[in-house]
Design a protein around this ligand. Structure first.
Ligand code: SF4
Ligand code: SF4
Length: 370
């Protein structure tokens, strides 16, 4: 039993082969119109990019998907959820302003923009999943309310999850703030010896868990929600990522992905954009140099097959020498492991298979020349 994954590369010498037409062809090949009916509300799940980041999916490409949804008579809206950390998307007011700044306004995307977990990220629905780490998960209310969904993901590296694709977009991306806290609880950072008491990290904490005493910065672990916002703030790198529970973290996010799809069996289509394949996720306020060349766009009805196929295509590339890739530059070597050697992205795929999120065995159907 295999899941179909449709692929197109980016080769283009005529208007017929531009990305706009390639997206239309993919939508047709995967028969995404069967996912939705007239007047249904269709969430187009995106990441609008933290302010300063520019590697998110171009809104002009999102427009093509929105237009295909309109053709079915359904009603699309573009959406994401608020972040745990302080930044430009921590509440819906800031989030919508950032999204518009990045081109996701109605004039470009063609669809209304709704932040799915409400003004402060606390619009949540409890979904029963009965898995190892979570019996219930907390999914954003308007993700749950949508009749169907197209999950559009920029495929790239991720420091803790190994990579970010469809599974990560469902997991952290569809959780309310409370749900994001649950996923992060096991990865609270540590403060190392040598603090100079500069105090810079203190104000970065959204829950006031950091304070200074006579020995330097201290963390109230009961208060900390594991958002990891403080890690990059210390210029002496004294706030360290907690790697001890990193595999548990990745299993947890995969369980959350299961919760996000629970009420939409046969109603979700997934699209991974393998372009600007940066080492980091789009939550960072910068976009580093890509680690491999642009590859193409993949679509599927199966998020596990889609991420597995995307990961394999990335590994088939020759890595860029002047990027954050510090080893595994050769074709066939694990590129995300070559950037983040403490994180294991395969857990998303293997554990996703184990809990019934999808199937890692895929058939890649190349429609590039069709
Ligand atoms: S102390 Fe905890 S909650 Fe505060 S910024 Fe650091 S990781 Fe986030
Ligand atoms: S930023 Fe670093 S050096 Fe400054 S107080 Fe925080 S941990 Fe200490």
């Amino acid at each position: 039993m295999v899941s179909k994954v449709y692929f197109t590369d980016f080769k283009s010498r005529t208007a017929k082969d531009n990305k706009i037409n390639k997206i239309k062809k993919l939508f047709k090949a995967a028969n995404f119109k069967e996912l939705m009916n007239k007047n249904e509300l269709v969430a187009v799940k995106l990441h609008f990019g933290e302010k300063g980041n520019d590697s998110y999916i171009n809104p002009v490409l999102v427009r093509q998907v929105v237009d295909k949804i309109y053709e079915t008579g359904a009603k699309p809206f573009i959406t994401d959820t608020n972040t745990l950390y302080f930044g430009s998307r921590h509440n819906s007011v800031d989030h919508i302003k950032t999204a518009i700044l990045h081109g996701f306004d109605y004039a470009v995307s063609g669809a209304p923009l709704i932040i799915a977990d409400g003004l402060l990220g606390n619009y949540t629905k409890n979904i029963k999943i009965e898995q190892k780490h979570f019996k219930h998960v907390k999914v954003a209310g308007d993700i749950e309310n949508a009749d169907s969904m197209i999950v559009m993901s920029h495929f790239k590296g991720h420091k803790m999850a190994g990579f970010g694709g469809a599974i990560k977009n469902l997991a952290m991306g569809c959780a309310s703030v409370e749900g994001k806290i649950e996923q992060h609880q096991c990865v609270k950072p540590n403060i190392m010896e040598g603090c100079t008491s500069c105090g810079i990290c203190i104000n970065s904490c959204p829950v006031n868990a950091l304070y200074l005493d006579e020995q330097g910065a201290k963390m109230d672990y009961d208060r900390c929600i594991g958002c990891n916002n403080c890690i990059d703030k210390c210029s002496d790198s004294l706030i360290e990522q907690n790697w001890e529970n990193i595999n548990e973290f990745t299993e947890k996010i995969t369980e959350y992905a299961l919760g996000a799809v629970k009420n939409k069996k046969g109603k979700i289509g997934y699209m991974n954009f393998l372009m600007n394949i940066t080492p980091d996720c789009d939550c960072l306020p910068w976009s580093d140099r890509p680690i491999v060349p642009d590859i193409g766009i993949l679509v599927s009805h199966d998020p596990v097959a889609l991420d597995a196929a995307s990961y394999d295509l990335v590994n088939q590339q020759k890595g860029f020498k002047n990027s954050k890739l510090h080893h595994h530059h050769h074709k066939g070597e694990d590129k995300f492991n070559g950037v983040w050697d403490r994180a294991d992205g395969h857990i998303q795929i293997n554990y996703g298979h184990k809990i019934g999120l999808g199937n890692p065995n895929y058939q890649l159907i190349d429609i590039s020349s069709k």
